[in-house]
Design a protein around this ligand. Structure first.
Ligand code: ADP
Ligand code: MG
Length: 507
């Protein structure tokens, strides 16, 4: 596999009154498993369905109902683990995490505390060309989602929607290796990208498909390196956990606010108390939700309804063999195969659909030119309208057709942009558009010569000037291009203008 070389950036520093501070961040990301059915029932996971319409008896905790594990969800979690280069545990087990909440009819959530399905892995977080942070993954465990309480539909009543109850989640726990707000957002973005390549999570943050609990602490320069060398958490500051973040922007704002709050507190002689906080996006602040002393005692114990989960190495290997090419490898391959920059390769591989589109355009053509057109013309145009590649009105075959017309000399780059605009707004086959609308580049020297003669005859004063200063010949070229509607072959025009004005070669 190809690899790009990278270096790790310095941690973000914040200057306090008593010196510099550094940030230490660890994330617990909840990713909804892309599955049509729930983790322990056959009920649908469809988003936006009528409230309480996707609820099996077991989801509603009806007496006597037993959970039946959905093998597909486990396969998706294993795929995710393999995509994060993680150890897969052939034996794992489900535990009950007990707490009371109206949207949790069982009175417990089935999760994996003691024996998670997936162990240590890692993810490379891209932070710019040649710059990346390696973040260690501690574990991924599989668990059920809870339902939803709705408090804003009636002044006096609360409602409960159990559609989400029992939907499979993967909780991806990182080590505290993230060193700044931008890195935290980029980390979530990279997980999302990898899971979208794998097809294991849609990563739709607005729908709550992907949410993160963000742990933040601050320390003095050098402390993190001491932690890394010893893995002793004593070198790090006390952390606070900001719950349930579902926007990249809010994640960054919350970390920035929280770090400054902790620094101010410490510099004031105070202590950070370990607690769970909530981010208020309207005020841009975090506020305490519950402290450690009020922390739940979940009374975890092995779920007696489910046997330990045993999977076979052969099954894991088969999943590994079916993994698609992942973002890092694809990006490195694009740089090597198409001769494009790492930055462009990053843009083209951001989404699997983007990469597939680009490869279809670039096949058998100039890779750099294909990348320029896909990024600048197509993505530029789609972004302007807030569209993704999946609704592009220009297919890869159509864009490839335009590039072929440039390659064969039928149209200039300038006319190609016109053709692109026509295909984008009206559709059609590029070659046919060029033929029908008379856009073919004029390479017939007779026609170009006539146009050059005309411009020279009409502008005697300019001719004198150009003879004295050959650099002014460009003005004639411009006039001829205008007169031919941009269709004249620019090289032929240049040569003819120079010859007619009897300009010597500038060399
Ligand atoms: P808990 O189960 O109480 O939430 P964990 O040890 O599982 O605690 O840690 C949860 C998250 O907190 C992990 O992502 C971990 O990397 C992060 N974390 C642990 N210590 C720190 C720290 N000092 N600063 C920032 N993040 C931390
Ligand atoms: Mg936690």
């Amino acid at each position: 596999m190809l690899d790009l070389t990278y270096s790790e950036p310095a941690a973000k520093r914040i200057q306090g009154a008593t010196g510099d501070w550094e940030l230490v961040i660890g994330l617990e990301v909840h990713a909804q498993v892309a599955s049509k059915a729930k983790l322990f029932s056959g009920a649908s996971t469809e988003f936006g369905a009528e409230p309480n319409s996707n609820v099996a008896f077991v989801d509603a905790a009806m007496p006597g109902m037993l959970p039946v594990l959905n093998e597909f969800c486990i396969e998706q979690a294993v795929r995710t683990g393999l995509g994060l280069k993680a150890r897969i545990n052939l034996t794992s087990a489900f535990d009950r995490k007990n707490y009371f909440y109206p949207d949790l009819p069982q009175g417990y959530q089935i999760s994996q505390l003691y024996h998670p399905l997936v162990g240590e892995g890692e993810v490379l977080v891209d932070l710019g060309p040649g710059v990346a942070r390696r973040v260690r993954i501690e574990r991924i465990h599989v668990e059920q989602d809870a339902g939803k309480s709705i408090h804003d539909m009636d002044p006096a009543l609360s409602f409960v929607d159990l559609n989400r109850t029992g939907v499979a989640l993967m909780e991806i726990v990182s080590r505290p290796d993230i060193r700044g707000p931008e890195e935290a957002a980029a980390y979530v973005g990279k997980l999302r990208q990898i899971m979208r390549y794998l097809g294991t999570c849609d990563g739709n943050m607005q729908n709550g498909n992907l949410r993160a609990d963000v742990n933040v602490s601050v320390c003095r320069p050098g402390d993190y390196e001491r932690y890394q060398a010893t893995q002793d958490f004593g070198h790090l500051g006390t952390r606070c956990e900001i719950k349930n973040m579902n926007s990249m922007r809010f994640i960054q704002q919350a970390i920035e606010y929280e770090a400054r709050r902790q620094i101010a507190l410490l510099e004031d002689g105070g202590k950070v108390v370990q607690e769970t906080r909530l981010f208020d996006p309207d005020r841009g602040e975090t506020r305490p939700m519950r402290g450690k002393e009020e922390a739940h005692d979940y009374r975890y114990f092995p779920c007696p309804d489910l046997l330990p989960l045993e999977i076979e190495q052969g099954w894991v290997d088969a999943i590994r063999d079916s993994l698609p090419e992942l973002p890092d490898a694809r990006k490195a391959r694009f740089v090597a195969d198409y001769g494009i920059t790492e930055y462009d390769a990053g843009v083209l591989t951001a989404e699997p659909a983007n990469a597939e589109y680009f490869e279809a355009v670039a096949a058998g053509r100039d890779g750099k030119q294909a990348a320029n057109w896909v990024i600048n013309e197509l993505f530029g145009r789609l972004n302007k309208e807030g569209h993704g590649i999946n609704v592009s009105p220009v297919s890869a075959a159509q864009l490839g057709g335009i590039l072929d017309l440039i390659g064969s000399g039928d149209i200039s780059g300038k006319i190609a942009k016109e053709v692109f605009e026509i295909v984008y707004t009206e559709g059609g086959e590029p070659a046919a558009i060029v033929a029908e609308r008379g856009l073919r580049q004029v390479t017939d020297t007779g026609a170009i010569e006539a146009a050059v003669d005309k411009v020279i005859a009409e502008n005697p004063a300019q001719v004198e000037k150009a003879k004295a200063n050959p650099k002014l010949a460009g003005w004639f070229v411009g006039q001829v291009m205008k007169a031919t509607g941009g269709k004249a072959n620019p090289q032929a025009v240049n040569e003819l203008v120079a010859a007619k004005l009897e300009l010597r070669d500038p060399d």
